[in-house]
Design a protein around this ligand. Structure first.
Ligand SMILES: C[S@@+](CC[C@H](N)C(=O)[O-])C[C@H]1O[C@@H](n2cnc3c(N)ncnc32)[C@H](O)[C@@H]1O
Length: 320
């Protein structure tokens, strides 16, 4: 059994957090560190090892990991989850695989708290597991994963949960393009717009607006400010929307507006935020089905399989 658990923290997180505050745009990875992991799954109303799935039985049948694995005699497959969180979805996918298919799992997450959950979730499920505490957008990670998986005959990258749709698409596609090699697969799940109508946009808007009425969701978004000792009354959360013409997507932006002058200290540096300044917290995209596929095609990916269930779309692409 190989269980290389590399949880070396990335060195410059403090510097990156400072940069987020300088540009008033939080890198979403900061939401999930330490107790952020618990708050995320608490908000999802998930208990028992933060039990939550991004895949249902219909999708499992339609997409089926084994069907995109190499099953030849000398095959070796790598299943690499970027932003794996608690790996519960991957655990379910692996439980549905024949243990004779040679698959090694690599769970990557910036949050040590999340990786601890992954380790527990996969302990009795799959033998060949690796957990890597790293920022998957970094060059260090790119070299590391290419090194670790260079001998594999097939690589399947997955991004489940909110992870794909929380990133700016132009940034993420560039990172993925430079990590994945020809024939590598990418399995993502995203929120899809059901119809291209104002009514559907309103329906989605009302869905996300309700987040602001949920104590758990507000706690999850606000935690980063509380950790830096910002008094609760110094800011409030709000939601704006943005239409992305290239992706035909509707983007929901959650931000904080400061109501009072606030002074923060981040690893020895002072930050002053004035009343009425905004700090962006997280994006959530709802994509147009055809434009998302076209977006991937334009970046050198071919659609292999897809499954759409009530606004939740799973896509498997292959790199050209
Ligand atoms: C919304 S959660 C999704 C977790 C899981 N995939 C699921 O389906 O529930 C996003 C995860 O991505 C991780 N993450 C965000 N940005 C990251 C980055 N740049 N590098 C590594 N992990 C990251 C977070 O720590 C968090 O665990």
């Amino acid at each position: 059994m190989l269980n290389l658990c590399d949880t070396t923290p990335v060195i410059n997180l403090d510097e990156q957090l400072k940069e987020s505050f300088r540009v008033r745009d939080l890198d979403q990875k900061f939401l999930y560190l330490e107790e952020g992991a618990k708050l995320f799954y608490k908000e999802k109303k998930a208990d028992f090892l933060y039990w939550i799935f991004s895949v249902n039985e219909k999708t499992l049948k339609e997409l089926d990991l084994q069907s995109i694995c190499d099953k030849t005699k000398w095959a070796s497959n790598a299943l690499i989850s970027l932003g794996c969180g608690n790996s519960q979805t991957e655990s379910m996918i692996l439980q549905n695989c024949d243990s004779k298919v040679n698959i090694e799992y690599f769970g990557i997450d910036i949050s040590k708290a999340m990786l601890d959950l992954s380790i527990k979730n996969l302990k009795n499920v799959w033998k060949k597991t690796n957990f890597i505490c790293s920022d998957f957008t970094s060059n260090e990670f790119k070299s590391k994963i290419i090194d670790l998986t260079s001998k594999k005959t097939n690589r399947v990258y997955v991004m489940f949960g909110n992870i794909f749709w929380n990133f700016k698409s132009s940034k993420l596609i560039n990172i993925l393009n430079n990590i994945l090699k020809s024939w590598d697969k990418l399995w993502i799940d995203v929120r899809l717009k059901k119809w291209d109508t104002v009514w559907d946009d309103l329906r989605l808007f009302n869905h996300y607006r309700s987040y602001l009425n949920s104590k758990e969701q507000v706690d999850f978004f606000s935690n980063i400010f509380w950790k830096l000792w910002t008094p609760k009354e110094n800011f409030y959360l709000y939601l704006t929307t943005f239409h992305d013409q290239v992706l035909g997507s509707l983007r929901f932006d959650f931000s904080a507006t400061f109501t009072k002058k606030t002074t923060l200290n981040i690893a020895g540096d002072e930050f002053i935020i004035l009343p009425n300044e905004n700090m962006h917290i997280v994006h959530i995209y709802a994509y147009d089905y055809y434009k998302l596929i076209n977006f991937f095609q334009e970046h050198g990916f071919v659609l292999k399989k897809m499954s759409n269930d009530d606004g939740r779309g799973h896509f498997i692409f292959e790199k050209n």
